[in-house]
Ligand binder design. Structure first.
Ligand code: PLP
Length: 386
């Protein structure tokens, strides 16, 4: 344990406290923020919002991107435009951040919790396949749960800590069962699966630009898709569902005020320019960790041969819960921030009555996985973009 602590301190030298993931503003952030203030467009309309949407779509290679205030509402809106309704069901991993389940709940739908696989920590395709085979029937090209007779409207795989889930298999299984895939790529901006950007495999993908993510604009999110109707609908309902008119208020459905403010979008544009440098830096840090942990015989979560991870949060898998707890205590007491993976969402009181597959792997991981400091290590200014 001492050796690990020492190594982390070598990676992040001269620090009294080493956080898990801090934001880095090394490019045009101040310039763009000042522009917003100078032209007095800081709120819900402005050129940075459009610019950011164009840049996100272009980075991902999708036709459309819709900028919103955070990743949670991006998920909620993505599910809604994909047709998830009250009293329906959505397949999600048991081992994910709470937002994945909450977004389902906000729509009045119920999560079904699926097990994970141990290597990349994401939703396990074979468990998903088995669950659907044994527990569902198809009627009018829609999938229904035999146990509840509710429609299973969507599946939300999540790319844990930036490592791509087995997304191709999951999309293929879901297609066979007439289930829409919404990708929770909140943590995996810039990660690839077979050279394709994560977030672009499902019908819709979702990102977060929260303060702890690989790039941040304070708070923010984005919805990406190649479907023009879905993009248009997402934009409409995230801007209060107001019909365009010079002065009149007319709203044609219940919408939300989820539009990303221009001032956040300005920050986001500057951060997106830095993403290639951040990705390179994070991958170098991960390689250092990987080499070190191999020598120490500690299991480090690495990308697979056909994937490229953004290594948003580096993670190790310890031997058991006892060792994990000792490690968390020792590192945090020594001012090196480490954190356990999430608790299984199916164990939380508000989701305890939801259906689950066997959660053997998710439980195993819950007891052992720990995140270690992963911030970008660059310090000097980088002149990104234009
Ligand atoms: C997997 C996952 N989904 C959704 C979110 C929600 O994003 P936000 O915090 O921007 O609402 C996050 C991160 O915070 C996340 O890690």
């Amino acid at each position: 344990m001492e050796k690990i602590l020492q190594f982390i301190k070598e990676i992040y030298p001269n620090r009294d406290f080493i956080p898990l993931h801090e934001s880095k503003f090394l490019g045009n952030e101040k310039e763009y923020l000042c522009k917003c203030i100078d032209i007095n467009f800081v709120s819900s309309v402005g050129k940075f919002v459009d610019e950011f949407e164009d840049r996100v779509a272009s980075f991902c290679g999708t036709k459309y991107a819709v900028a919103v205030v955070n990743g949670t509402c991006a998920l909620q809106v993505a599910l809604r435009v994909c047709g998830v309704k009250n009293d329906e069901e959505v397949l999600i991993p048991a081992l994910t951040f709470i937002a994945t389940a909450n977004a389902v709940h906000y729509l009045g739908a119920k999560p079904i919790f699926v097990d994970s696989e141990r290597r990349y920590l994401g939703m396990c395709p074979s468990t998903l396949q088995q669950f659907l085979q044994e527990n569902t029937y198809i009627k009018d090209q829609q999938c229904f749960n035999k146990n509840t007779n509710r429609r299973i409207a969507a599946c939300v795989p999540m790319h844990v800590f930036g490592h791509s889930v087995e997304i191709e298999s999951i999309v293929e299984i879901c297609q066979r069962h007439h289930i829409v895939v919404v990708e929770d790529a909140a943590e995996s901006l810039g990660s690839l699966y077979k050279s394709q950007v994560t977030g672009t495999f499902g019908k819709v993908g979702v990102f977060s630009f929260n303060g702890n993510k690989i790039i941040t604009c304070g708070g923010g999110g984005a919805i990406i898709t190649n479907d023009g109707d879905l993009a248009k609908h997402a934009k409409h309902i995230t801007t209060t569902a107001k019909k365009p008119h010079c002065w009149d208020y007319e709203h044609d459905e219940v919408g939300y005020n989820y539009r990303l403010p221009n001032i956040n979008a300005a920050l986001a544009c500057a951060q997106l320019e830095l993403l290639p440098d951040f990705l390179e830096d994070k991958r170098k840090t991960a390689q250092l960790y990987c080499d070190f942990f191999r020598k120490e015989n500690v299991s480090f979560v690495s990308e697979g041969p056909d994937r490229k991870s953004n290594y948003w949060l580096n993670a190790i898998i310890l031997n058991d819960q006892n060792q994990r707890d000792q490690f968390l205590k020792y590192t945090n007491e020594n001012k090196v921030m480490t954190r356990p993976i999430w608790k299984l969402l199916s164990s939380l009181p508000m989701y305890a009555d939801c259906e689950t597959t066997s959660l053997e792997n998710a439980k195993w991981l819950e007891e052992r996985v720990v995140n270690i400091p992963s911030s970008v290590r660059l310090h000097q200014q980088i002149k990104g973009g234009e």
